[in-house]
Design a binder for this molecule. Structure first.
Ligand code: HSE
Length: 438
């Protein structure tokens, strides 16, 4: 049988990684797919730019629409990123009856509902394994491997740049800004690093994971997103003293009232495996009712790790080319007409535990005033530390860990604490999760 013909949009890091992996492992990939997979045409913005891959035998063009409209091409691989041009190209490819493989998390998180509806109508597949956690086959694991479970919650370290920064802050006592600069120099960060450090990149990925875990439409706009730029090395050190690590976590949980969908810095017990995922690595912890916790770990970015997911999607698409659309794995894991309308919870409805740090005057009764406010709000304290006065001042850091409470109650309590004359500056609040079986 002839090889399946693929058109590539984008010859950057991941595009070139895909060319290289397909060429190097072509024989094994053909044995798996049942047919050869050949990139016949590729679009790149600048054809004169030096490439890190061998493009001999691939027709190159600067016009991506020439690729999506090429009648010889069966599958379009979209690796240009962003959600403007990429969206037009993907919709056009679907309209042309072509299957699509994409690594584009923003595209799927923001426009996936419309894209999948169009794909359903045309009977084509849109595969997006590479959009979440790079080379970790987390979409396949949740959508297929865990299909017998009711997923209760999942939590992921799904941005390598953020994890690299927090790891360096903890290991080397470095400041946030200093490590971010290095992450940019090393090429880990997105073109706009605020996507990494403010949690937008993680929110794109979490939106996708929540949909396939719970069978709900993609709801990126409803995701609560808080970045790591305000985390100080003092907080990292205090958390460690208390037996916790601070990770930038994407967390989604099904509750009776609705779905929690949130990205924020989070204290997690250092004994958890996921707390020990360091550097640029990614990990996703999934709690299924039948299997219990399962953890998926690996490279969340990079040329070949991401290409690994792109090529796996190509193999999947090639395998089902001849099956009728009704018998394929649904895009969002659940049948398109069986998605649930569970609401996404507002952040102040979420219940979690907290780390609080405040700068207090070192005089009698201050701690009592703080604990009275918490006690009156029904907030139970789990641990408390008061540090020595800061050098040359009469002010001390007080660090508190609380039991679980609704965010709205915590917001009120924090406002009352900040109003105390003996408390200076804002109270630092970092959410805390045990990520245990309960
Ligand atoms: N900037 C992303 C990260 C790349 O740091 O994880 C992969 O999406």
């Amino acid at each position: 049988m002839d090889a399946v013909k693929v058109g590539l949009l984008g010859l950057g890091t991941v595009g070139c990684g895909t060319v290289t992996v397909l060429a190097r492992n072509g024989e094994e990939i053909t044995r798996r797919a049942g047919r050869g997979i050949r990139i016949v045409q590729a679009a790149a913005r600048d054809l004169d730019k030096p490439r890190i891959c061998e493009t001999t035998g691939i027709e190159l063009t600067t016009d991506p629409f020439a690729v999506v409209n090429n009648p010889d091409i069966d599958i379009v691989v979209e690796l240009i990123g962003g959600d403007g041009l990429a969206r037009d190209l993907v919709m056009q490819a679907i309209d042309q009856g072509k299957h699509v493989v994409t690594a584009n998390k923003a595209l799927i998180a923001k426009h996936g509902n419309a894209i999948f509806a169009a794909a359903q109508e045309k009977g084509v597949m849109v595969a997006f394994e590479a959009a979440v956690a790079g080379g970790i086959p987390i979409i396949k694991a949740i959508r297929e491997g865990l299909a017998g479970n009711r997923i209760e919650w999942l939590a992921g370290i799904i941005n390598g740049t953020g994890n690299f920064i927090l790891t360096e802050m903890r290991d080397k006592g470095r400041d946030f800004a200093d490590v971010l600069k290095e992450a940019q120099e090393l090429g880990y960060a997105e073109a706009d690093p605020t996507f990494d450090v403010e949690g937008i990149d993680a929110a794109h990925k979490l939106t996708i994971l929540a949909s396939i875990a719970f069978g709900i439409p993609l709801q990126f706009e409803a995701t609560y997103t808080e970045g790591i730029s305000n985390i100080t090395r003092e907080d990292v050190a205090y958390a460690e003293e208390l037996g916790y690590r601070i990770k930038h976590l994407g967390l989604t949980r099904r509750t009776d009232a609705g779905v929690e969908l949130r990205v924020h810095p989070t204290l997690i017990p250092e004994r958890r495996l996921i707390a020990n995922v360091d550097g640029v690595m990614n990990a996703v912890l999934v709690m299924g009712d039948a299997v219990g916790p399962t953890l998926y770990y690996g490279a969340g970015a990079g040329a070949e790790p991401t290409a690994s997911a792109v090529v796996a999607d190509l193999v999947d698409v090639v395998r089902v080319l001849t099956s009728d659309p009704e018998n394929r794995v649904p895009h969002l894991a659940f049948q398109a007409d069986a998605l649930s309308d569970l609401p996404i919870l507002e952040m102040d409805q979420v219940e979690t535990a907290y780390y609080l740090r405040m700068l207090a005057e070192d005089r009698p009764g201050v701690l009592a005033e703080v604990t009275r406010i918490l006690g009156d709000a029904g907030i139970s304290i789990e641990a408390i530390i008061q540090k020595e006065p800061r050098p040359g001042t009469d002010k001390v850091d007080i660090i508190l860990l609380t039991h679980r409470v609704r965010e709205a109650s915590m917001n009120d309590a924090i406002a009352a604490i900040e109003n105390l004359a003996a408390i200076h500056d804002k109270v630092v609040r970092i959410r805390m999760e045990t990520l245990g079986a309960d």
